[in-house]
Design a protein around this ligand. Structure first.
Ligand SMILES: *[C@@H]1O[C@H](CO)[C@@H](O)[C@H](O)[C@H]1NC(C)=O
Ligand SMILES: *[C@@H]1O[C@H](CO)[C@@H](O)[C@H](O)[C@H]1NC(C)=O
Ligand SMILES: *[C@@H]1O[C@H](CO)[C@@H](O)[C@H](O)[C@H]1NC(C)=O
Ligand SMILES: *[C@@H]1O[C@H](CO)[C@@H](O)[C@H](O)[C@H]1NC(C)=O
Ligand SMILES: *[C@@H]1O[C@H](CO)[C@@H](O)[C@H](O)[C@H]1NC(C)=O
Ligand SMILES: [Zn+2]
Length: 448
């Protein structure tokens, strides 16, 4: 059986799944308005230095620089929620190159069709002075170690639940869909809207229609490479291979969904195994127009009792708890740190999967998992620093009791902590740029 989607390092999707994709697209065409991304959380891009105001999703293209028959594409400036992104775009006649019968409307894809950024930005050295509230101001700069200037009482408690790796049928159906698509347990944020999560997706064995279902339900899809691999990035000759790894995930999704709104929403990245591709990773993320990275562990909680808020990479790194931290300045790029968790043996771990729960995680009860989750929540709640609830759906397969503990924990937090908000990384960064009090968020139903 031939398959139109055979790719390097990517298992061929079964033809049945292809049909699902096609059906999706026919539905997408018929029902397009329901798929548009509009939310109070998406900002327009103000005019700057001669450029015009662009609404979220709008773009201005330089039509001189390419055409649709070669894959060079047209260079466009695209507004994504307040950020002007440089992208190459091209117009696909019809929807699907692999199947000519799928309609004739034009669909604009904005990614880098030849895989490489239009231009490489020269390294920007750090400013000589230290970061402070005078030289680093919101919305585009926030110092490492700073916290928002709201009282503890007014500060909402953010919980950022993220899942890394592939999206598989079983884990989607039994562990992700009930909370993040269908809300089977009727759990809500303080404004009455649903809990949201971010998925750092790699494409190995991923079932693409489930990824788009998660996204359409309001969750965020973020980058985790095409095949869960990344070059070391020690040598600049790794640049192209790093682009292929990081942008490959978006390219596969472009080909399998032909949905530019969806693919353009992918603006964040986490390195597989947290093995950062050294400076090359940050260069590539900047050149490809990514907005944030979340690969760097912070032991601040373990060391000082205070976890770190997200910060921008404008100024020299204050304290590096990871094997590698950026050596250059990346103005406006956010780092969302992985604040360590503390296990029941009092040792710490980078993602909650890696700590010991009870005497031995393999034998820990649902109650022990619940207590582990709650204790770490409370550690962050002391300073109302966002909780890095970073895990893999795989955890629930390896330790089924952890899933029961997770359900109990979600029910407990949503019932007893009226200022706890389960948000995506993008929502958290949106709030960082435009902080509101918990009360203001309630009034405008901020998370809906
Ligand atoms: C503003 O635009 C001018 C002309 O296009 C350019 O030379 C200049 O570098 C820009 N300034 C900034 C800060 O982008
Ligand atoms: C598109 O660009 C390629 C390469 O620049 C050129 O050979 C081709 O003739 C162009 N096609 C059209 C329709 O302009
Ligand atoms: C990077 O790799 C190239 C090609 O393999 C080699 O010539 C060069 O010396 C390397 N540079 C460093 C700094 O290792
Ligand atoms: C990277 O790709 C670009 C664009 O195809 C090419 O010009 C460049 O030579 C490549 N660099 C390396 C080191 O392969
Ligand atoms: C934890 O329990 C599992 C299953 O009973 C066992 O295979 C493993 O060796 C135990 N690990 C430790 C560190 O005791
Ligand atoms: Zn991973």
């Amino acid at each position: 059986m031939t398959c139109g989607y055979v790719k390097k390092d990517r298992k061929c999707l079964k033809c049945m799944e292809l049909d699902v994709i096609r059906l999706h697209f026919i539905l997408f065409l018929l029902l397009s308005p329901c798929c548009s991304v509009t939310s109070a959380n998406y900002n327009d891009c103000p005019a700057s230095n001669g450029s015009q105001t662009l609404h979220h999703g709008q773009k201005v293209c330089d039509t001189q620089s390419g055409n649709q028959t070669n894959d060079q594409g047209v260079h466009c400036t695209l507004c994504y929620s307040g950020h002007l992104l440089n992208r190459r775009c091209y117009t696909v006649p019809g929807i699907n190159r692999h199947n000519e019968n799928l309609g004739t409307s034009e669909h604009i894809l904005c990614y880098n069709p030849d895989g490489y950024p239009n231009k490489r930005v020269a390294p920007t050295p750090y400013p000589t002075e230290d970061c402070n509230t005078q030289n680093c101001k919101l919305p585009d700069c926030f110092c490492y170690g700073a916290r928002p200037s709201l009282s503890l009482y007014d500060t909402p408690m953010f919980v950022v639940v993220t899942f890394d790796d592939g999206i598989y049928i079983d884990s989607y159906q039994h562990q992700l869909r009930p909370f993040f698509v269908d809300n089977d347990y009727s759990l809500f944020n303080p404004d009455g809207c649903r809990l949201k999560s971010t998925f750092f997706v790699s494409m190995d064995n991923t079932v693409t229609p489930k990824v788009t279902d998660l996204w359409k339900a309001g969750n965020e899809i973020s980058g985790h490479t095409a095949d869960h691999g990344l070059p070391s990035g020690l040598n600049d000759t790794d640049y192209n291979a790093t682009v292929e790894a990081i942008d490959g995930m978006r390219r596969i999704l472009v080909e399998e969904t032909y949905d530019s709104n969806f693919v353009n929403s992918i603006i964040g990245f986490r390195a597989p195994y947290l093995r950062v591709a050294h400076e090359t990773q940050y260069k590539v993320l900047r050149d490809l127009g990514f907005i944030y990275d979340t690969s760097l562990v912070s032991k601040s909680l373990f060391r000082d009792g205070t976890p770190l808020w997200p910060y921008t990479l404008d100024y020299k790194y204050k304290r590096c708890d990871h094997k590698f931290c950026p050596q250059d300045s990346y103005p406006g790029m956010w780092e969302v740190p992985l604040n360590v968790w503390v296990g029941d043996d009092q040792d710490y771990c980078s993602m909650l999967d890696y700590c010991t729960v009870g005497h031995n995680s393999s034998t820990a009860s649902a109650k022990q998992w619940f207590e582990y989750f709650l204790r770490n929540f409370e550690l962050s709640y002391l300073t109302k620093t966002p909780l890095s609830f970073y895990t893999h759906a795989h955890l629930f397969d390896v330790h089924p009791n952890s899933f029961q503990g997770f359900i109990q924990w979600l029910q407990h937090i949503t019932k007893h902590y009226k200022d706890a908000w389960f948000v995506t990384v993008q929502q958290l960064l949106h709030w960082m740029k435009h902080p509101l009090t918990h009360q203001q968020m309630l009034e405008i139903k901020w998370g809906c």
